[in-house]
Ligand binder design. Structure first.
Ligand SMILES: Nc1ncnc2c1ncn2[C@@H]1O[C@H](COP(=O)(O)OP(=O)(O)O)[C@@H](O)[C@H]1O
Ligand SMILES: [Mg+2]
Length: 431
């Protein structure tokens, strides 16, 4: 695999500075795709889809990245949005790529073109409280929250597995003693974007009465050599100080060995640092520290991280089932002016949509009713018509994920690692 170009490097810096900027991130994804880094592109597009599940360009790029052959894949287009022009097979050199609408590429390039050396090089302040007081809080810890598994709608199977594989042994001191060492290790949640991984992790923390320290592995990674390891160590040190604490490592795949983020072997040493932190359980250092991680692409997660005693249990988090969709819809409609909404019917009409898609449906319906009200001059409530129309317009954002997952289930289910996935795909006749 080729190293990333300086342009891509600069783009990464820009994206890190403006993580919510959808066109910017998609531009990076496009560059990655053109440079042959399909899986890195997928990671970026997946992030985008979490922010903007309905984004036509993101979906089109995802379809391309997942197909990742030399020719562009056939693109399922969401019905309503007139997508951007189809990608040209032999694209121009990266530097001439047409910018996304509304994004001033030149200006951005000028801005990040010369971010070379760090401005300060002092050693970091200590995190044990003896340094600058602000430094101890580099990673935000949420105090024990009130979200419980009961707040997670539906998903009975997920709850039962969580209970059996993770919670019960931790809750019960007898079991804890009995199992001793085999209780080390954490849980890796995986599945399509927007289907509740983060939400479930937070609920687990609530069940354990633990604080919650959520970090995106992308935020841990730092382009300056050595900083990523130090950041990773600080995350765990923070959690140890706040124990009991759930450490939630989101986007774990960003550490994937398959990805060349920098030319250095920085990633390897960061993986090793994480292994050291996880293995710290042996010394009792991690007493009261529970590790959960999440990824949309478990097949990109370094296999060393999944060995026994590490992130050795996996849990597949699928698109919300009926009761889950009902809970999610209720939540997003709770403060909206609705009338005569037949939730049962709406739940049926939204099969296959992710939690994020459902939020989008509610928003789109509200917007439609609002525009209507403005046009006619008569305020009207949000009704079934608005909701069903919105549901029809949206294509499940999980589809590209399932396309990739299908390949993994068929050709890379080493040691039955993805048996759950295989079972689900068969049940849905997708395999
Ligand atoms: N079973 C569920 N019950 C209630 N809300 C849910 C459920 N599943 C997902 N959600 C909601 O859907 C949205 C997306 O979930 P999130 O946890 O961010 O997904 P992921 O981390 O898998 O990308 C969140 O607003 C979350 O609260
Ligand atoms: Mg998440």
């Amino acid at each position: 695999m080729t190293a990333e170009s300086p342009l891509i490097h600069s783009m990464r810096t820009a994206v890190a500075a403006a993580p919510e900027d959808v066109p910017l991130r998609l531009h990076l994804a496009e560059l990655l795709l053109e440079a042959g880094h399909a899986d890195a592109a997928v990671a970026e597009i997946a992030v985008t889809l979490q922010h903007a599940p309905g984004d036509a360009r993101a979906r089109e790029l995802m379809a391309r990245a997942m197909g990742a052959g030399p020719s562009p894949a056939v693109i399922p287009e969401p019905a309503a949005t007139p997508g951007p022009p189809a990608p040209v097979p032999d694209a121009p050199p990266a530097s001439e790529v047409r910018p996304a609408a509304g994004f001033d590429w030149r200006a951005a390039e000028n801005q990040v073109g010369d971010v070379v050396p760090p401005r300060y090089t002092e050693a970091p302040l200590t995190v044990d409280g003896s340094g600058d007081p602000g430094d101890a809080d580099a990673w935000d810890v949420e105090s024990p929250g009130t979200v419980r598994l009961a707040d997670v709608g539906g998903m009975q199977e997920v709850k039962e597995r969580l209970e059996a594989a993770f919670l019960a042994p931790l809750r019960n001191p007898e079991l804890r003693r009995l199992y001793g060492k085999s209780l080390r290790g954490g849980l890796l949640l995986y599945g399509p974007p927007g289907c509740g991984k983060t939400f479930i992790a937070r609920a687990v923390a609530g069940e354990l009465g633990a604080s919650f320290l959520s970090v995106s592995v992308n935020d841990v990674l730092d382009m300056w050599i050595g900083n990523s390891e130090r950041n990773m160590h600080e995350v765990f040190q923070t959690a140890r100080r706040q124990a009991p604490c759930v450490v939630f490592l989101d986007e774990l795949d960003a550490l994937g060995g398959k990805r060349s983020r920098t030319q250095s072997n920085g990633m390897r040493t960061t993986v090793n640092q994480l292994l050291t932190e996880l293995d710290g359980v042996d010394a009792g250092a991690n007493e009261g520290v529970f590790v959960l991680a999440a990824t949309n692409v478990p097949w990109d997660v370094d296999i060393a991280l999944r060995r026994p005693g590490r992130l050795d249990r996996t849990l597949l988090v699928l698109p919300p089932d009926g009761p889950a969709r009902e809970a999610i819809l209720r939540y997003h409609l709770r403060e909206r002016p609705i009338e005569n909404v037949d939730l049962g019917k709406l739940v049926k009409a939204t099969d296959g949509l992710s939690g994020a898609d459902l939020a989008h449906v509610c928003e789109a319906a509200a917007e439609h009713a609002l525009l209507d009200s403005a046009r006619t001059g008569t305020v009207r409530m949000i009704g079934m018509k608005d909701l069903l129309a919105a549901a029809r317009k949206i294509a499940p954002s999980t589809e590209p994920w399932f396309a990739a997952a299908r390949n993994v289930a068929m050709y890379a289910n080493d040691g039955g690692m993805y048996d759950d996935l295989v079972t689900y795909l068969k049940k849905k006749r997708k395999l």
